[in-house]
Ligand binder design. Structure first.
Ligand code: MEV
Length: 317
């Protein structure tokens, strides 16, 4: 039988991380230069086999699946259940160029790609929001209580303004062009643990943490208006303020702070951590005339493990 294919891009959070877990808005954009791709074949042996050569993992539905692969076996079954299709054998091969555990949506993209591959194999269709919802179940295993923003942005494959539990809104980009550079610290960010620690902090000092979340969410709301009609300099101010609040939340780390500093010294008008923090990625926004290649070179010298660029403009890449 022909192979069914499912794909999804990486993602980066522009604003609103952590606050989005508490019902505040976030802005997320796809990172299209990195992708997860799943190839699926129905087999006759009745089991589900997941092969992920990029992460050296392999597992089956017979109970020997490693922890990272198990939710994907269940996810594939849940797509069959969604369509009330009988369970059947599947071989699912996962390939991904998205760095793992860096807040770039690796888990979400793989989950979305699995859902899409099963849909294609069955000859069924789901819209992007339904795909995101099914994929969220797999993400819960990794992230405990994810807001859902990661699944939604990789399933939609467009910049979104997201509030948990509500339909995501597309963002109409105005006349400005926003050029971003994303740098990976090379350190894994354990999103689930950081989210749990933030929750513990909030349980101790609710008023203080809620004011942090409120401000982070407000920056996301202001940023949406800026993307529609403002300038890179204005968006940079939102990002810089958000970074200060994220530092106060204690989710930054010296490696992220260093990349933020280097970015702001080399042509960025805004820079902040992105995603869970304490490792993972930094996102910087270039000023109007700044030289992207110089900033990329300086970030490499400062220890960035890998660097990606993306543009928000009326005419998307
Ligand atoms: C994950 O990319 C960002 C966090 O806000 C967690 C979540 O939204 O589930 C830290």
């Amino acid at each position: 039988m022909a192979r069914a294919i499912g794909e999804a891009p990486g993602k980066i959070l522009l604003l609103g991380e952590h606050a989005v877990v508490y019902g505040h808005p976030a802005i997320a954009i796809p990172l299209r230069s990195i992708r997860a791709r799943v190839e699926l074949e129905f087999t006759r042996n009745g089991g589900i086999e997941v092969v992920a050569p990029d992460i050296g993992e392999r597992g089956t539905s017979q109970g020997d699946a490693p922890e990272r692969v198990r939710p994907l076996v269940r996810l594939a079954q849940s797509v069959l259940d969604f369509f009330s299709e009988p369970h059947r054998g599947m071989r699912i091969q996962i390939n991904s160029t998205i760095p793992i555990g860096r807040g770039m949506g690796s888990g979400a993209a793989v989950a979305v790609a699995v859902v899409r591959s099963v849909c294609q194999g069955l000859g069924r269709h789901l819209d992007a929001d339904q795909v995101a919802e099914l994929a969220l179940e797999a993400e819960k295993v990794f992230h405990g209580s994810p807001s859902g923003v990661d699944n939604m942005v990789v399933a939609r494959d467009e910049p979104i303004y997201f509030v948990s539990g509500r339909p995501a809104r597309s963002i109409a980009v105005g006349p400005s062009v926003f050029r971003f550079v994303v740098a990976d610290t090379g350190l894994a960010s354990a999103t689930r643990e950081v989210v749990d620690q933030v929750k513990a902090g909030r349980d101790r000092d609710r008023a203080r943490f809620d004011s942090f979340f409120w401000e982070l969410g407000s920056m996301a709301s202001v940023a949406r208006e800026v993307i529609r009609s403002g300038s890179a300099e204005e968006l940079g101010l939102c990002m810089n303020r958000a970074q200060q609040v994220l530092q106060a939340l204690d989710v930054s780390c010296p490696e992220l702070d260093k990349l933020v500093y280097v970015a702001l010294e080399n042509g960025a008008v805004g820079a902040k951590l992105s995603g869970g923090g304490r490792g993972g990625a930094m996102i910087a926004l270039l000023g109007g005339n700044s030289d992207e290649s110089q900033l990329v070179a300086r970030l490499r010298l400062a220890g960035a493990e890998s660097i990606f660029t993306t543009v928000l403009s009326r005419h998307q890449e």
